[in-house]
Design a protein around this ligand. Sequence first.
Ligand code: ADP
Ligand code: MG
Length: 589
Amino acid sequence: MSSIINVLDETVINRIAAGEVVERPSSVVKELIENAIDAGSTYISIDIENGGKKLIRIRDNGIGMSNDDAFLALERHATSKLKSEKDLIGVATMGFRGEALASIASVSRLRLVTKDEREPQGMDILVEGGSLKKADRIGAGRGTIVEVRNLFFNAPVRAKFLKNRTVESGHIHELVLRIALANISIGFKYSEDGRIKIESPPVNSVLDRIASMFSRDVRQNLIAVDHSLQTMRVHGFVAKPPYARSTMRSTLTFVNRRPVKDRLVNAALNRAFTGLMERGRYPLAVLFIEVSPEDVDVNVHPQKNEVRFLNPTSVADLINQGVSQALYDSPYTTVANPGPFTRESQKLPQEKPIRKFTAKHLQESVFPEVKPVESGIAVSTTNSQAKVDLTQSTAYSDLGIIGRIPDSFIVLHDGEDIIFLDQHAAHERLVFDSLLQARNFRNDIQSQNLLLPKVVSLSPVEAQSIRSHKEILASSGIIFEDFGPNDILIKACPQWIAEADTEDVIRDLAGTIMETGMKPDPESLVIEIFKTLACKASVKETTPIQTEEIKALLKALDANRSPRVCPHGRPLTVKIPLTEIRRRLGRSS
Ligand code: ADP
Ligand code: MG
């Protein structure tokens, strides 16, 4: 009987392996940059065409390969990085399985040009779909060029799963950004279809690297983070809450210098920003988490984006504490002078009126460095209305006070725009922050004993919700005792609640607890309780307030960390540009 088992030939094996290593153009870029880093390069340039589908070219000035090694490198399980099994422990280099180049070569037209120090000439090898097509000696400097053309040309099914140019290059751009932040001593240049997107020389500090990749507006509004817990450390930068983004792409986190996209890390970071950002926004952050290598498994995910921590709770605490503290220590400060227009804005057509940067703008820029966000960027005003204003560059106390519309908003101006400020939302912001701050740093909120304890009658469900959260409420300054089956007796509460309608506050809190109580995370319940308290304690829209009080409010907002949104994430102000009013009044300019 003849055998039905075939030994798979090398090319087929490589194509199967390619399925694991090569998912899309960005995975090719990742493997090739990691090789260049491993080769000790100090300068790496990356060019892609058509989202990497047509071409990926990586050039480096690393140690290069000898003529013989160049061939070996293209073979599966050929690696210079592992000699025996014991090397597997404490792997320091990025790649170590020795299959990337072979896998990539099996699903593309790959050209490898490389030369090391000892060879008089370099080697130029062309491989198509895994078979060697050409090999020549070539004059070349030390280092390596890998060109990958027509990815998946021989794997039509895989090719079909690739997304369009924008999506694929978006992945690559983000990847290069992350790698460049994690390797500041290496210079990077990245271009898409001939347009340079990242150009950053070797630098000495993360801040310098950020400076070369993010817009000035972001740069000027970064807060440094540096916090240690046990043997772990988190350090880096977060942008002030108004600079939060509409996608998670600018949340750039690293564990032991490896770029990661980890749910636990992101959740801990987001928690520190709770109540400071609008809904649906994500922190702009560059954060390095350092844990000892035995406390983390980085090889959980084949793309090595996810990690598994031995002690996830402490890692979450580390990040949350570090970022919260940095945010508290740094009140919102204003960008004093937005400076001259950028090249970007000068290129825009002349007839479009110049207008200040708006929130919409922020959402539109996928990457912080692509569109500088300094004010002065022109926006078409054809369908313009009042704009929500999250990154206004003027301090609140520098705004002119026009007055207050009875039972409604405070009206201000900055010389170019009329600004409507929501006094209730603004006050809420301030109360919420003082609650959070008290909790984070003193752990008790000033509470005063009521001369006459107050009985509050509740429904059975309400009573149950309130009673089962006695401790959390006590930490918010509300002290009560049970009083009959469904009633409670309030003995002490924060002063500003005493002034409001206590019963009302307690019922609202019961409602909040019922709504959020389902969530397992007690922290988010506290936050929800604080939001409710802040709302109750704040002046109503209809409360008349005097000019002196308005001034005090504006000053307090300037000292606040997130003076552009209320704790529920609603904006505090909208502005209407005077240009808009002129236009409506039929004035030409
Ligand atoms: P691995 O990185 O896991 O070893 P690869 O297939 O990515 O496997 O690379 C195979 C080998 O080729 C590497 O071990 C290294 O010796 C060599 N190599 C690959 N890229 C480069 C480069 N840019 N510069 C120098 N040597 C390289
Ligand atoms: Mg490799």
